[in-house]
Ligand binder design. Sequence first.
Ligand SMILES: C[S@@+](CC[C@H](N)C(=O)[O-])C[C@H]1O[C@@H](n2cnc3c(N)ncnc32)[C@H](O)[C@@H]1O
Length: 232
Amino acid sequence: MLMGKNKLKRFAENETFENLFQHNNHDINNEPFVLKGKWHTHYFKNSNPIVLELGCGRGEYTIGMAQAYPEKNFIGIDRKGARIWRGCKDGIEKNLKNVAFLRIRIEDIEHYFAANEVQEIWVTFPDPQLRKERKRLISPNFISKYRKILNPDGIIHLKTDSRELYEYVLATAPAENWQVLNNIDNIYNNVAETSILTEIQTFYEKKWLLEGKVISYISLNIKSSYHFISKL
Ligand SMILES: C[S@@+](CC[C@H](N)C(=O)[O-])C[C@H]1O[C@@H](n2cnc3c(N)ncnc32)[C@H](O)[C@@H]1O
């Protein structure tokens, strides 16, 4: 299939962005990733907590949260170059030093971060993968990978339009020892007017809202310690 000119232009521009790291299967087999265990010292140059957005698409959460929380570092992750291009460009235009993007397969995430290097993970509007549980970004398969890089008191946030995925996570949590910290059935009915949950709307969120879908939110701790967020 021929690739569109626009896509090729974005791919070429991606090669020049200082806030984007791209890596593929070939690289994984041949070399360790240079920033693994070194994101704080070699990229962000501070010791602030690192927050990932998985399947970030155009990076709206990564950029919006980086502006709202300058005391944290944000890394948007996606495999699609033409989408992640938008986030990189926004980060550069807004001169955000607490932002990076990583174009990889989330399956390989352990190759890019060391134990305890990550403090929070956001999963924003993932494909619910209703036929294949192993492919769901919140499933025992993927959570076992996140456990290897997330701090013991770290938090996973899920925003979804999928009723099935929302119910699946709630039903799976007890058996997997995932502690549900917050569970909001419909964020537009239940959270304070000024909340990061409703203030940032991603490309897919806008699309689902136009279709009248309900947007839900769950936060989890996947290790045993208890952690409570009083205000979102
Ligand atoms: C439905 S889109 C949501 C994008 C964005 N979060 C939003 O809300 O607009 C899902 C995104 O996840 C990415 N994605 C899905 N599975 C992935 C994987 N295994 N590795 C990397 N990216 C993945 C896709 O490329 C896509 O951009």
